[in-house]
Design a binder for this molecule. Structure first.
Ligand SMILES: [Zn+2]
Ligand SMILES: [Zn+2]
Length: 77
């Protein structure tokens, strides 16, 4: 059993609608991809466990470019 983010690992797709235009939101990746030091070791599932099993993703609208954050709850696989 391993606690992982289903979005980071491609287990689930983002099913969110854009609040501006209703278009399909696309997963832009973990927020730490943008804010953190650019070390691959920062992006491991172990780091996410320390964050309480939650992973913050930045979503963007493929239609209008609107951005929003989504907290993904990690799951055991
Ligand atoms: Zn994630
Ligand atoms: Zn949109």
């Amino acid at each position: 059993m391993e606690l992982v983010c289903p979005l980071c690992n491609g287990l689930k797709d983002v099913h969110a609608a854009c609040r501006e235009c209703g278009g399909q939101m696309v997963d832009g990746g973990m927020v730490t991809d943008y804010e953190g030091p650019y070390s691959p070791y920062e992006l491991t599932p172990q780091v996410k466990q320390e964050n309480g099993g939650r992973c913050t993703h930045l979503l963007y609208c493929g239609t209008c470019g609107e951005q929003m954050y989504m907290i993904a709850q990690s799951e055991y696989i």
